[in-house]
Design a binder for this molecule. Structure first.
Ligand code: BV8
Ligand code: ZN
Length: 244
C-alpha cells in the first residue's frame, strides 16, 4: 500500500485520535508562519526575532510595539478564511467520537472552520487579559480602536497568548497531555516542532505506543520519530487523507 493508503487505513481503524497543529496549517489561508517564510509570504518573524516580540520583557519594554504587531496579525487573520485543511479536520471530528485537536496556533481558524473541541495551548489572539485585575475577554476589533487597549478597570491589557518563558494554561495543557497519552494515533500537521513543551507531545505519543503521521512541507526534528511522513501542503493532503 502507498503511505497515504496506510494512513487512511490507520485513521479509519484507530481511536482515540489526537491531532497537533502548528502555523503551517494556516499558511494556505494566507497567514505567514513563524519560521518558514516564502517569497510571497515572508515569515512573521522575518523582520523581528521571537525574543523581540513574543516575550513578557518585550511587552514591558515597549507594549505599543508588541501591540502593533498583534494588531497587524489580527487584521491579517480577520481577512483570512479557514482552508481545506482546517475544514477537513472539522468534518472529520464530526465523524469521530474520540478525537482531540490540539493547536499551537492563536488564530482561531480551527474554530472558524467548525472544529468544536479545540485545545488552544498557546492561547488566542482574540482574547485580551488585564495586567492588573486579570479580567479576560474576547475582542475581535480590527484594527483595535486604541493601542495599547485597556480594561474597564482602567489598566492596560495584554494579548491572551502564551509568550516565551511563560507557562501554558494549566488545565488546557493537562488535557492535551491526557489526550496524547491515551491516543492510538497522533496526526502532526504543519509544525516545525521546535517550540516546547508543545513539541514534546510527539515523543510522548510515541512512548504511549501511538502511531504517528506527520503532514509537513519540510523535514522537521520529529520526522525521524513518526511512522509515516506525508510531504506536502496540509490543505491538499488532509482532505484526501480524511474523507471517508
Ligand atoms: C515554557 C504564542 C517555561 C504567541 C508561541 C524545553 C521545555 C520547556 C520550555 C523550553 C524548552 N526549550 C526551550 C524552551 C523555551 C521555549 C521554547 O520552546 N523555545 C524554542 C524556540 C527553543 N518555550 C517556552 O518558552 C514555552 N514556555 O516552557 O515556559 C515555564 C513553565 C512553567 C511556568 C513558567 C514557565 C512557551 C512557548 C509558547 C510561545 N508562544 N506563540 C504568538 O503566537 O504570538 S510560540 C509560536 O511558535 C506559535 O505558537 C507557533 O505555533 C509556535 C510553533 O511554531 P510552528 O507553529 O511550528 O510554526 P513554524 O513557523 O515554526 O513552522 C511552520 C511549519 O509548517 C514548518 O515546519 C513548515 O514546513 C510547515 N508548513 C508551512 N506551510 C505548510 C506547512 N505544513 C503543511 N502545509 C503547509 N501549507
Ligand atoms: Zn482590569
Amino acid at each position: 500500500m502507498t503511505p497515504i493508503e496506510d494512513c487512511r487505513e490507520w485513521l479509519r481503524n484507530s481511536s482515540p485520535i489526537a491531532v497537533l497543529t502548528g502555523a503551517g496549517i494556516s499558511a494556505e489561508s494566507g497567514i505567514p508562519t513563524f519560521r518558514s517564510g516564502s517569497a510571497e509570504l515572508p515569515a512573521l518573524w522575518s523582520r523581528y526575532r521571537p525574543e523581540d516580540l513574543a516575550t513578557p520583557l518585550a511587552f514591558q519594554r515597549d507594549p505599543e510595539l508588541v501591540w502593533r504587531w498583534y494588531d497587524w496579525r489580527r487584521g491579517l487573520i480577520a481577512r483570512a478564511q479557514p482552508n481545506a485543511g482546517h475544514l477537513a479536520l472539522a468534518k472529520w471530528e464530526r465523524g469521530c467520537d474520540r478525537f482531540t485537536l490540539i493547536t499551537q496556533n492563536v488564530d482561531g481558524l480551527h474554530t472558524a472552520a467548525g472544529s468544536s473541541r479545540v485545545l488552544e495551548i498557546h492561547g488566542s489572539i482574540w482574547t485580551l487579559r488585564c495586567l492588573a485585575c486579570a479580567a479576560e475577554w474576547e475582542n475581535h476589533a480590527t484594527p483595535l480602536p486604541e493601542i495599547p487597549p485597556h480594561c474597564a478597570c482602567g489598566s492596560m491589557a495584554r494579548p491572551g497568548v502564551v509568550w516565551f518563558g511563560e507557562g501554558l494554561p494549566q488545565g488546557v495543557w493537562r488535557e492535551a497531555e491526557r489526550a496524547v497519552r491515551a491516543c492510538r494515533l497522533l496526526l502532526v500537521v504543519g509544525t516545525s516542532a521546535v517550540v516546547y513543551p508543545a513539541a514534546g507531545l510527539v515523543p510522548m505519543a510515541r512512548e504511549a505506543g501511538a502511531r504517528i503521521i506527520e503532514v509537513n512541507r519540510e523535514e522537521t526534528p520529529v520526522s525521524s520519530l513518526v511512522d509515516r511522513v506525508l510531504r506536502g501542503p496540509a490543505g491538499e493532503i488532509l482532505p484526501g487523507l480524511l474523507d471517508s
